[in-house]
Write a protein of this length. Sequence first.
Length: 322
Amino acid sequence: MSREVWCIVEHRGGEVDNDSLQLFGAVHRLDGEAVAVVCGDEVAGLAEQISGECDRVISLSSSALASFTPDGYAQAIVPLALERQPSAILTLHSHFLGRDLAPVLASRLGTGLISDCIDVEWRAGFVGKRLVYRRKLIATQRSIVPGIQVATCQRGAFEAPESSGLDAAVEMLSVEIDVDAVRWKVGEFDEAEVVVGDITEADVIVAAGRGVGSKENLDSVQRLAKAIGGTLAASRPLVDHGWLSRGLQVGSSGKTVRPRLYLALGISGAIQHVVGMRDSDVIVAINKDPRAPIFEYADYGIVADLMEIIGPLTDEVEALRG
Ligand SMILES: Cc1cc2nc3c(=O)[nH]c(=O)nc-3n(C[C@H](O)[C@H](O)[C@H](O)COP(=O)(O)OP(=O)(O)OC[C@H]3O[C@@H](n4cnc5c(N)ncnc54)[C@H](O)[C@@H]3O)c2cc1C
């Protein structure tokens, strides 16, 4: 068994999905060699894009891989994996590619699958940790099968390592795909509802909670977000009221975010919200209740009526930014 850990890199429209780079952070936890595996048609450019981020790149190309299918990708990956015996293969859990491909790989490699890992390590075998029971417990699962391990990793759970700036070796392989054995085809991709910004990519998030009081007051929150260069997000009640779109919801039934700055405005700090934002670098909370649980997670807390201070605060930020 080699030290190689294969990370299946996702891409669309000729661009690598940067979340895939987080898989290399998981490889660090496994003390392995991070090998990016890029499948597709004419993926040489993608392989180059990623070569500064990992130890090695394997590109597997065939015109039959132009669109992702679990069968097609598995046909490309499994024979090579059986030959080279990487210690593990990782995919991202959050995307349909990773979620659909990992079980097919595990089944064809005759191994198990630990899904949605927030941590991975070697400890008397391959160990994955995952949140269970609505994220109230962390389950530690150990694979009891020898050989290649397969796991999916939760988006945001691992940090993409700093780019080395060095170009890793890129191995370009053409693969034969038996198209008759591919059991489904991709139809069309329709763009989903456009949200104000992708909150999982945002560096600065201004999140509104029920404490904003009304839909109209969101204008002030939006003005602050604009002044500070942040992306608007929300706790679930605002989404349930239909004030903001579902794509902006942070929390256990929304998205997990890790911005540099998270501004929580009128958010109480319920655990279902906190699990989605507690790994932010700096958390600032504004709440009129000094006992609000959000202050336990905040680096800076302001006890105040939000609607009284949001205007002057925004003016101050605008003045500072010129
Ligand atoms: C299965 C399940 C999944 C869930 N998933 C999510 C999820 O993904 N995301 C999520 O957010 N929630 C989720 N929830 C809901 C969660 O339990 C909380 O109900 C929710 O997070 C509360 O939102 P909030 O903090 O905005 O509102 P509240 O809990 O009502 O808090 C409002 C806060 O605003 C403060 N406030 C009021 N007025 C002002 C003012 N003028 N100035 C300053 N502060 C003020 C109050 O002191 C209070 O602390 C989920 C619940 C369940 C059961």
